[in-house]
Design a protein around this ligand. Sequence first.
Ligand SMILES: O=C(O)[C@H](O)CO
Length: 377
Amino acid sequence: MLIAADKFKGSLTAVEVAERVTAGLRRGAPHGGEGLRIAALPVADGGDGTVDAAVAAGFERREARVTGPLGAPVTAAYALHGTTAVVEMAEASGLRHLPKGVFAPLTATTYGSGELLRAALDAGARTIVFGVGGSATTDGGAGMLSALGARFLRADGTPVAPGGGPLRDLATADLSGLDPRLADTETVLASDVDNPLTGPKGAAAVYGPQKGAGEDDVAALDAALAHYVRVLERAVGTSAAEYALAPGAGAAGGIGFGALVGLGASFRPGIEVMLDVLGFPAALEGADLVITGEGSLDEQTLHGKAPAGVAAAARARGVEVVAVCGRLSLPPVALGNAGIRRAYALTDLEPDPTRCIAEAGPLLERTAERLAADFLG
Ligand SMILES: O=C(O)[C@H](O)CO
């Protein structure tokens, strides 16, 4: 049996989910789970928790002091194994670095993500899995590229201020000073979403509001990002406009676009990349059941989130999949189409959402006991 679940956002990390499920399965299995072989492979889709999942799979955890989204320094981790690094942009530029209730939709910067990438290059990384999502920023990756040597100037020759809003003042872009090691580095953009950079499905319109952007901010950011693309077109050619439309360009406030244009990154859905990096195919060998899950199993899950990716990969190898979650809002037919035979929700045991979050650990153990009774009894 293999537990390959993502975190329950706001209550349990993916490692904790695996621990709780293991404990519950052992309690619920016949003979106290004696002889039961349970393996755990905590998973992530490129967003929050991606470095932790890599570390749980055997990567070394490294840390760097970098510029946070508001400009103050933060400590950010990346994961290294040989010459492969897993760099999670949210470690440097994520919403998690904003004080509660404080947002900076127009000025938050990805500069620290560029510094974190540079730290991985300094450590010898030549393949970088760049996990993006959960960002506080909408700067199109301009901050990240600046930290790696690009120059973004206003008409008077001074650098544009940090953030997506000030990109409206951009007059010239110069990528010629980008760290030359990037040219010899394979960078994979592991994205939690496949949105384009601008427009109604773009970074500002879809994800700006969760970063505190009001209607006017969204319009200003979208216009500034479109202007940024036009200026970059003059610097690197029409490919900039093509990249702006590419899947994943709008991920993490447009850092996807910055990675495609400036880092020569190739886009892959985050969970697919991470399953390869974490060694999912090897972990699956010999497993007769996979338990996946995340905090909320809903419509979004079906669009490339971790449980859908795990289920697709396991089903492709003929292994049955069940899921655990905090909250379930998918009908059985949608679960079935995603390759998930059955889902167990914590809210079945505790309908009150606040208590459900506060007691997620013990509730998950009891949920796993029920699962054991159904599948191992
Ligand atoms: O960071 C964000 O904007 C969202 O997670 C989508 O990538």
